[in-house]
Design a protein around this ligand. Structure first.
Ligand SMILES: *[C@@H]1O[C@H](CO)[C@@H](O)[C@H](O)[C@H]1NC(C)=O
Ligand SMILES: *[C@@H]1O[C@H](CO)[C@@H](O)[C@H](O)[C@H]1NC(C)=O
Ligand SMILES: *[C@@H]1O[C@H](CO)[C@@H](O)[C@H](O)[C@H]1NC(C)=O
Ligand SMILES: *[C@@H]1O[C@H](CO)[C@@H](O)[C@H](O)[C@H]1NC(C)=O
Ligand SMILES: *[C@@H]1O[C@H](CO)[C@@H](O)[C@H](O)[C@H]1NC(C)=O
Ligand SMILES: *[C@@H]1O[C@H](CO)[C@@H](O)[C@H](O)[C@H]1NC(C)=O
Ligand SMILES: *[C@@H]1O[C@H](CO)[C@@H](O)[C@H](O)[C@H]1NC(C)=O
Length: 664
């Protein structure tokens, strides 16, 4: 037994080693990075103040970057000026989620530097590119201008269909009286810092809002410095450029936005009231916040690009979170309905034959998709605060109950019974005695080094595990592994493969019904579960301002159509017979003959082809299991036909034969 003690020591040492190495890998000291960032922000602040107050010593050698002029951009700016900006009412809080499309053009001169900075993002992909902007607007005291920050996400598909994503951090200002936005963006993969001061260079020199913009820029720099200081004190790891999931590029951008007016200037006060009510609810019944539209245009001097958007549609942030309650209410109804339906189904399914009518695979697919939904609700709920987070947690919990308590239990009942039936019909497996390993038994007694004992132990473990592996398990393992690989290298392809499987959850049940010539589930369960399962995909892919900001897609109707078609098929099986969809010749099944003629019975009982068939007249009929009396042809057959006796093959005999499964 000494060998085992050595093994424990080995394991323990290994764990200690891992524990001591890991933290030093993960937690590096970022103080230096923070100090450098803080001093950079302070320097930027000084330079900006110097620039605005015309103090050359304070400004140092920094100059205000001037964005390149561009023919297209000038045209866009001219069109914007035609709006008569002052006499319109604007929704004053541009915080929101905007979706729309961007088109990207080469700026006049494209040189090698530009091409290199464009990196691996497919700017010339399937134009126009899908884009999303999420903005947060923060008030600046004593100023008509507010500062904004957020994110711009651009998605593109190359000619080969490969997906390419770039996300830019955006920071800038919003001039509330005119609905103008000036912002700079920097890809998250780039190491260069984001510099809000450039918005002053983008603003026309004649703009009356330059001083306010200056104040907003200072407020942003101050906030940035405080945040860095805070993070340093709390010991948070310094943010690093994104490396995974995004295309590498350095295309910093100068973005000009124009909010579309929400009405004539007389509406301004009512718009302000709606905005205030959303920000600080006081129970007033007011109309919804208007849909916001922003037009964007921009240039990337680093990459030689000109960018223009179609008008991007957005929903005010607070309205967006307010609207989430409709999703919550709908989902609660769906979950309650599903719980009721499944609990009824569980109640109905009690006997052996009820269980045998259900398809385990069908239930298993549903369990999987419901537990996935439940887990995603839980994860979202944990990451959100307030009532929405709690509501999502509650829904995750309900979804978990549905999948674990009802669907999983049913699926397990079916699978267990299936396994039991198989065990009863299959021949008993050959008893397997593991060959004794002479070396192994020796090892415990002899004093061997710990590492050798460990190696032998590992070797033995691997061998036992290998022996226990069946082909089925191996296939399952290889399948799972290849699915993971596929998920890593081609998530799109994986979706295309997985979605049809997840939405044909009734297919195994249909096949099971056809195979067993029976129907399992109650029609109310079939209809209810199918229709309620359409809710989440429809919400995510048809409602534009959904919680996950997934763009609208008509492709969602394909899987929904598939599941509805399968539902109709299953209903048809319930009402018209399990084989109704097959031509009649297919379900000409041989009917069981309850009163076989003696010859037919002899052929039925005659299993061994070697020996000649027994003579029907002298055949042993055994005892009648009900009356416990010996069976007798003569007595029985005298009933139907006295003229020809049992020798007539056409006349049915009086012996009744039922199919019985014998247990070995
Ligand atoms: C310019 O800035 C420097 C350093 O901040 C300061 O010492 C100096 O007085 C300023 N000059 C003027 C004219 O304000
Ligand atoms: C001017 O800029 C360069 C590089 O950007 C820097 O090394 C130098 O110290 C700056 N000079 C002053 C006076 O700030
Ligand atoms: C933009 O410029 C690049 C490099 O010169 C060229 O390959 C590409 O075709 C141009 N795209 C358009 C739309 O002109
Ligand atoms: C490319 O453009 C950049 C910026 O416009 C310029 O600094 C650089 O010299 C140009 N390079 C070439 C090779 O023309
Ligand atoms: C982006 O810029 C950094 C240096 O600022 C450079 O190392 C990197 O190669 C650039 N990336 C691309 C895709 O050009
Ligand atoms: C705009 O709305 C957001 C979200 O509701 C809020 O956090 C922000 O303070 C508001 N900004 C202004 C300037 O009122
Ligand atoms: C902006 O501020 C400067 C000095 O702080 C002042 O001279 C100028 O008149 C101001 N401009 C506007 C438009 O208020």
């Amino acid at each position: 037994m000494r060998g085992h003690r050595h093994l424990r020591t080995c394991d323990f040492a290994f764990v200690l080693l891992v524990l001591s190495v890991c933290p030093s890998l993960v937690i590096a000291d970022d103080t230096y990075k923070y100090e450098r960032a803080i001093s950079r922000v302070q320097r930027e602040r000084q330079e900006l103040i110097g620039y605005m107050t015309h103090n050359a010593t304070q400004q140092g050698n920094w100059t205000m970057p001037r964005p390149p002029r561009n023919q297209r951009l000038d045209t866009w700016m001219d069109g914007k000026d035609k709006l008569h900006l002052e006499d319109h009412a604007y929704f004053s809080n541009a915080s929101g989620f905007y979706t729309g499309r961007l088109s990207v053009h080469n700026a006049s001169h494209v040189n090698a530097t530009h091409m290199q900075e464009r990196g691996s993002f497919v700017w010339e992909g399937t134009s126009p590119l899908a884009a999303q902007v999420s903005l947060v607007q923060v008030p600046v005291p004593h100023s008509q201008v507010t500062r904004i920050w957020g994110e711009l996400t651009v998605r593109s598909h190359g000619m080969s269909g490969a997906r390419s994503v770039t996300e830019l951090d955006v920071v800038g200002v919003h001039v509330r009286p005119t609905g103008e936005l000036y912002a700079v963006g920097m890809p998250q993969t780039s190491v260069q810092p984001l510099d809000i001061r450039a918005v002053l260079g983008m603003m026309p020199d004649t703009s009356p809002y330059r001083n306010d913009t200056f104040t907003a820029c200072l407020a942003d720099l101050d906030h940035r410095r405080e945040r860095l200081q805070q993070m340093l004190e709390q010991g948070v790891a310094a943010p690093a450029p994104a490396r995974f999931g995004q295309a590498q590029n350095n295309c910093s951008m100068q973005l000009y936005g124009q909010l579309q007016p929400s009405g004539p200037s007389s509406r301004q006060s009512s718009l302000d009231l709606v905005e205030r009510e959303l920000r600080e609810p006081s129970g007033l019944a007011l109309p919804r916040a208007p849909t916001l539209y922003i037009n964007w245009a921009g240039t990337s001097s680093a990459c030689g690009l000109y960018i223009a958007s179609e008008s991007m549609e957005g929903l005010a942030r607070s309205q967006f979170w307010n609207d989430a309650r409709y999703y919550v209410m709908g989902m609660l109804v769906v979950l309650l309905l599903q719980l009721v339906l499944m609990s009824k189904e569980c109640e109905r399914t009690q006997t052996h034959s009820d269980i045998a009518r259900l398809s385990g695979i069908s239930l298993f697919i549903q369990t999987m998709s419901d537990s996935f939904l439940s887990v995603s609700h839980l994860v979202l709920g944990f990451s959100m605060e307030g009532w929405l987070g709690r509501a999502l947690l509650a829904m995750g919990f309900m979804g978990g109950t549905l999948s674990m308590v009802f669907e999983y239990r049913l699926a397990m009942m079916v699978l267990r019974q299936f396994a039991q039936d198989r065990r009863e019909t299959a021949p008993p497996p050959a008893t397997h005695t593991p060959a004794l390993d002479p070396e192994a038994s020796e090892l415990d007694d002899m004093d061997v080094p710990a590492w050798r004992a460990y190696m032998t132990w590992m070797h033995r473990r691997i061998r036992t595990v290998w022996q226990a592996v069946s082909w089925r398990a191996l296939l399952l393992g290889v399948g799972t592994l290849s699915m993971m690989v596929l998920l890593a290298i081609a998530p799109d392809l994986m979706n295309w493969l997985l979605v049809p499987v997840l939405f044909s959850y009734w297919l195994p049940q249909i096949l099971h019904n056809a195979q067993r010539r029976s129907t399992g589930l109650h029609p109310s369960t079939i209809v209810g579960m199918t229709i309620t399962r359409c809710y989440v995909p429809l919400y995510l892919f048809q409602y534009k301002h959904n919680l996950l900001l997934i763009p609208r897609s008509t492709f969602v109707w394909l899987p929904i159509g598939l599941s509805l078609a399968l539902m109709l098929l299953l209903l048809g099986q319930s009402y018209l017979g399990p084989l109704f969809f097959l031509p009649h010749t297919w379900h000409a099944e041989s009917l069981w003959d309850w009163h076989p003629s003696p010859e037919a019975l002899a052929a039925l009982l005659h299993a061994d082809p070697e020996t000649p068939a027994p003579d029907p007249a002298t055949m042993d009929l055994g005892d009648c299991p009900i009356c416990l009396m010996p069976n007798d042809w003569a007595a029985e057959t005298s009933v139907p036909s006295t003229k020809l006796g049992w020798r007539s093959a056409a006349a049915p005999s009086g012996v009744m034969v039922t199919p019985v499964r014998t247990r070995n």
